[in-house]
Design a binder for this molecule. Structure first.
Ligand code: GSH
Length: 203
């Protein structure tokens, strides 16, 4: 679903790695993701799902899909196992601390949810704290893991990129902004609005 953050993350990785793909739209509004046909692909009833017909494998959880694509394409996987594990640490942190605040604040700003005031404040505080942490950890570094770009950067970028829609000002986070510019300068980079087709398409 092109407007979904975790789906963008996968779209970004497919673009960055130059991997051809078909895009099949899943209509969340009509509940297509809770129908048996979709649940047989993702038991959690959520997008995104990646189906590799050549390998006969069907995966969910955007971070796991990035991990898979890194192996299949030989790109963004880090230089050794230690770097891959470090990248996994970042991915799990991104799915927890970072995503909760940014995605919930975005959902509320876009009118998808109507949270009570205290919840709105808690979501924003959670997002801001995570961004502050990320900013500190990026000081003096070009990339999150080792000396080159990895799935950690693709994954975390895929969440931070929604700060604009969440109306979270990134001005105080200079290291984050510089790191985002590095990701955006990668060959074949695509933004949240351009990475995925808006309707089902064949490659
Ligand atoms: N941890 C999952 C989160 C996926 C997720 O939250 N997907 C949302 C769309 S952004 C969804 O399918 N929501 C429908 C639902 O949960 O019923 C991932 O990274 O893939």
């Amino acid at each position: 679903m092109f407007a979904s953050g975790p789906t963008y993350k996968v779209g970004l990785m497919l673009n960055l790695t130059g991997t051809p793909y078909d895009y099949e739209h899943v209509d969340l509004r009509s509940g297509a993701h809770k129908a048996d046909a979709f649940l047989s692909k993702n038991r959690y009833g959520q997008v995104p799902v990646l189906e590799d017909h050549e390998k006969d494998i069907c995966l969910c959880q955007s971070s796991v899909i990035l991990d898979y694509l890194a192996d299949e394409t030989g790109q963004f996987g880090g230089k050794d196992r230690a770097e891959r594990l470090r990248a996994r640490e970042w991915q799990l942190w991104g799915t927890g601390q970072l995503s909760i605040g940014i995605f919930r604040t975005r959902a509320q700003k876009l009118g998808f949810f109507d949270f009570p005031e205290q919840v709105v404040a808690a979501n924003l505080a959670s997002a801001t704290n995570a961004l502050k942490e990320l900013n500190g950890l990026l000081e003096g570094r070009d990339w999150l893991v080792g000396g080159g770009v990895t799935i950690a950067d693709v994954d975390i970028y895929g969440v931070v990129a929604y700060s604009g829609q969440a109306q979270i000002d990134l001005a105080p986070f200079a290291h984050v902004r510089r790191w985002m510019s590095r990701v955006e300068a990668l060959p074949r980079f695509k933004s949240i609005d351009t990475a995925l087709p808006k309707e089902s398409t064949k490659a």
